[in-house]
Write a protein that binds this ligand. Structure first.
Ligand SMILES: [Zn+2]
Length: 527
């Protein structure tokens, strides 16, 4: 998010070819699709706000849901005659006592890059292992052709990967920086004709933003915007939404739209945007400079965004190190699942953007905790007034790991005030709607595609059961165990053993460590 943003703004991708990660290998994982698949006896937690219901049998033919049949009552033995019959060549999956949800949509999924050293296989398996069956790549960091190639292969299930949508970084591939509205229009038309699904904007002048958004709308494509601070004083979220941007990423540009007693963020005199500690330290004070919750201005901006059917994709998790650095660096999955190259990429550095803890202390964390409270209040109320809030992870930066960070995002939506069913809806149907794909995915309905998440524990009671590392539980016998972790991820009617995918990832990490003798050490600590 931040590191690639700055890379794009200042290292000028216009003149260099994109360094790409290793392509995903041909698919070796997953079983199916079958002419008929019946998932038996499961409790359905749908993405449309409906309460859990079960037991149900879900019948899929090839890749389409054809029947969702209630087959009994909780605690009552199921009458076999009442159940859908298995056809010849069909497959039965006994999911008695388990929970089934629509496949998750990650609205902010960078596939990783050379800098992170994360091959496509590593990233895709971590995503699928956490139930993510659809990903929007906001910037096509490996180049549009690379992403479209993977998109096609994923659509045909030739690779083990979620379905992919490519939102090209605005200006990517252009021989020179886009400096006029005409250039912007031309780039947008080219992007559409190449087959991109949309555009990811960072920052540009108002004239260029207006022209690009107008042209993109004409082409029928959607857009995502990260309102970087270099242009936000003259073009904030409200400008974007009015001009046709369909979703905002993160939070930048929103407090700026809420200013009442200033027009520019309170930058101290010695602030330098190219100093990451300055950037993130001062950003932590930003929400406190905006109109307070439920004030006239706050309501007015919110209602205007609502009237524009604007989507908010907060990516709460990617900033969590700002309010609790140790939590982010000590996450229990790093040891087994974080690649050495990725761990190196996360480390504090003056030149590596996004690694802003030059001296990150109590003061900064307290500021950020206040930031979160105000930001979450806005997002939760936006949801309460009918606004669309989606789930995006932005992993691969700031100690946030693919897949795991997505589940953390669900927990943070819960913290913001979402009911667990509202969290699941944000992760499924809302994402599908924001992508214009709700006729195909996002909820378990007849006619939609067979994208599901199956887990043995109830995620509404504890979202942590969706982490690959599971949730901690004490048994009747006083033994400490782990429960949960997604059991099966089903994409396009193909059943993936989520735990086997995680094992593959753990092996990749272990092999890499063995080869290099690498040990994960906390920042600044020596062996
Ligand atoms: Zn990002």
């Amino acid at each position: 998010m931040n590191r690639h943003l700055l890379t794009i703004l200042f290292c000028s991708i216009y003149f260099i070819s994109l360094a790409q990660i290793k392509k995903a290998p041909p698919r070796q994982e997953g079983e199916g699709p079958w002419p008929q698949l019946i998932i038996r006896g499961v409790t359905l937690i749908n993405g449309n706000g409906a309460p859990p219901t079960g037991p149900v049998d879900i019948v899929v033919e090839n890749n389409k849901i054809v029947n969702i049949k209630t087959v009994g009552y909780p605690g009552v033995k199921i009458v076999p005659a009442d159940r859908p019959q298995l056809k010849e060549g069909g497959k039965e999956l006994d999911a008695t006592g388990m929970y089934l949800l629509p496949g998750f949509v990650d609205m902010h999924g960078h596939i990783g890059g050379k800098a992170q050293g994360t091959d496509a296989e590593y990233v895709f398996k971590l995503w699928l292992a956490h139930g993510i069956t659809t990903v929007r790549d906001p910037s096509a960091g490996n180049g549009l052709d690379w992403v479209l190639d993977h998109k096609r292969k994923s659509a045909k299930n030739e690779i083990t990967a979620p379905r992919i949508l490519a939102y090209t970084a605005f200006g990517q591939g252009s021989k020179e920086p886009i400096s006029t509205p005409e250039m912007a229009r031309k780039w947008v038309k080219d992007n559409a004709s190449k087959g991109a699904d949309g555009i990811k904007f960072f920052a540009a002048s108002p004239k260029i933003m207006s022209a690009a958004l107008e042209e993109n709308k004409k082409a029928g494509l959607r857009s995502a915007g990260h309102h970087a601070q270099m242009d936000v004083a003259r073009w904030n979220v409200l400008h974007s939404a009015k001009a046709g941007l369909t979703s905002m990423e993160h939070w930048y540009g929103l407090p700026e739209a809420l200013f009442t007693d200033r027009t520019i963020q309170h930058y101290p005199a010695d602030y330098n945007y190219n100093n990451e500690q300055d950037r993130f330290g001062e950003a932590g004070k930003l929400w406190q400079q905006a109109a307070p919750p439920y004030s006239e201005k706050w309501n007015q901006v919110m209602n205007e965004l609502l009237s524009l059917d604007f989507t908010i994709d907060p990516t709460f998790n990617i900033y969590e190190a700002s309010r609790d650095l140790m939590r982010a660096t000590r996450a229990e999955w790093h040891e087994t699942y974080t690649l050495p190259s990725l761990w190196d990429f996360y480390q504090p550095s003056k030149v590596s953007h996004g690694s802003y803890w030059h001296y990150w202390g109590t003061e900064q964390e307290v500021d950020w905790k206040k930031n979160y409270t105000l930001w979450m209040t806005f997002v939760n109320e936006y949801k309460n007034r009918g606004g669309r809030v989606t789930t995006g992870s932005d992993s691969g930066f700031i100690f946030q790991l693919y897949g795991f960070a997505y589940i953390r995002e669900l927990e943070l939506l819960r913290e913001a005030g979402f009911h667990p069913l509202e969290v699941i809806r944000a992760a499924t149907l809302n994402g599908a709607e924001a992508l214009g794909m709700d006729d195909k995915i996002g909820s378990v309905e007849i006619g939609k595609l067979a994208d599901f998440v199956i887990v043995e524990e109830n995620p509404l009671a504890n979202l942590k059961v969706l982490y690959g590392t599971g949730a901690i539980k004490l048994t009747e016998n006083n033994d400490v165990i782990r429960v949960g972790g997604v059991k099966y991820t089903i994409k396009d009617g193909i059943i993936y053993d989520a735990k086997a995918l995680l094992k593959d990832v753990a092996k990749m990490v272990a092999d890499e460590k063995e080869k290099t003798g690498y040990k994960i050490l906390q920042p600044g600590m020596k062996e």
